[in-house]
Design a protein. Structure first.
Length: 382
């Protein structure tokens, strides 16, 4: 199971590290390895959230996610995205941007640093909306019950998450953005942050709205599919399920790709703290992206999210923390180690809480014949 799921990730790791050592030497080997670990640590929460969406897709779309999706993730976000940043910031063509990265790495890094405020505002708002929509929704299981119960009650107010996100964006624009960190010092980028933040909010609403709509359509079509299959059995005619679920799964696939792109912002920007070499960066982050993809599928096939009910909570709290960190980094530099450890800590804590819950449930089932009431109390979380 492990080899089948992670086989391509192992192969890409071996090939990538070998190529780095052969082409650029052992220094490149070490940097690519560090970048791979950085990407995995920053994106583990991405895999957990992705698994919650991917498990709704059939085997066909899971394969698409691991093939076409990985091409988009590796070549789109980890290679093309840094080039696009420089091309837009310096108003040069993509080819010129690559030449700039190879011939003048210091200038390339300076241009990326200058674009960080816009990137952080866009990615921060997108991730913040994911977190807010999660905590404002009523859920069967509650991890931090003392916090999630009142937030779920507040969530009954229409458009509350959008209002909160816009308030946070305004506060960011009038505080951190007025002294945004750039390569030449601190400058006022309030207008840039506002524009990019609104763009991130709109992107979330459009993509999330479409995926939610087609997810509902998928459930309706699955019911209709079952009825048609029963009719087909009587008539001796097979019915294809791919066409019925294809449109809904396609938009869920798009949602996954946009979500992955938002998670990638921090990893891509953080990579510049380690190296200015665009190809070392692409190799390291690309290897990490492969493991995130494989880990997502592993979580789905093993049913980990069903067994550990608080794991998704921990991932979303990590998303919220990452959103806040991104907004703070508009003015202040924060170590990527801290960013990675925050996500790892929250996910680890939710995993341990899930293990404890499962153990208490098992004890309750073994020692109490009146299990249902006790189970429900235990499952309410911390």
């Amino acid at each position: 199971m492990v080899l089948k799921t992670f086989g391509w990730s192992f192969a890409v790791t071996a090939a990538g590290l070998a190529f780095a050592a052969w082409q650029w030497g052992w220094e490149a080997f070490g940097i690519v390895l560090i970048l791979s670990i950085l990407e995995i640590s920053l994106s583990f929460d991405n895999a957990v959230v992705n698994a919650g969406i991917l498990k709704k897709m059939n085997a066909f779309w899971q394969r698409i996610f691991l093939t076409i999706g990985i091409l988009i993730a590796v070549f789109g976000m980890r290679l093309v995205f840094p080039v696009v940043i420089v091309a837009i910031s310096a108003q040069v063509g993509p080819v010129e941007a690559v030449q700039l990265a190879l011939d003048q790495p210091e200038q390339y890094e300076a241009l990326v640093t200058d674009a960080h405020a816009a990137i952080a505002a866009f990615g921060g708002m997108f991730l913040l909306m994911i977190f807010l929509d999660f905590v404002f929704e009523e859920r069967e299981f509650k991890w931090l019950a003392w916090l999630e119960r009142p937030l779920a009650k507040l969530g009954k107010i229409d458009m509350l998450s959008v209002c909160v996100a816009l308030i946070i964006l305004l506060l960011t624009a009038v505080t951190f953005a007025t002294q945004a960190h750039t390569s030449t010092g601190h400058v006022d980028k309030a207008a840039t942050v506002l524009l990019s933040g609104v763009a991130g909010l709109i992107t979330y609403l459009v993509v999330g709205g479409l995926s939610g709509y087609f997810e509902d359509k998928l459930e309706e079509e699955e019911e209709r599919e079952h009825e048609e299959e029963e009719k087909a059995k009587q008539q001796g005619k097979p019915v294809s399920a791919v066409g019925l679920a294809g449109k809904a799964a396609f938009f869920l696939f798009l949602y996954l790709e946009v979500l992955d792109a938002s998670f990638s912002f921090d990893g891509v920007i953080g990579a510049f703290a380690i190296t200015n070499h665009i190809f070392w960066m692409a190799l390291g982050l690309g290897i990490g992206a492969m493991y995130v993809r494989s880990l997502t599928v592993y979580l789905v096939r093993q049913g980990t999210l069903d067994d550990y009910v608080y794991l998704e909570h921990g991932a979303h709290y990590a998303i919220g923390a990452l959103a806040v960190i991104l907004l703070i980094t508009i003015q202040h530099e924060i170590s990527e180690i801290i960013t990675g450890l925050v996500g790892v800590f929250l996910i680890a804590a939710s995993f341990l809480s899930s293990v404890r819950r499962n153990r208490l449930l098992a004890e309750a089932e073994g020692g109490n014949a009146d299990g249902p009431g006790e189970k429900q109390e235990i499952s309410s979380g911390v």
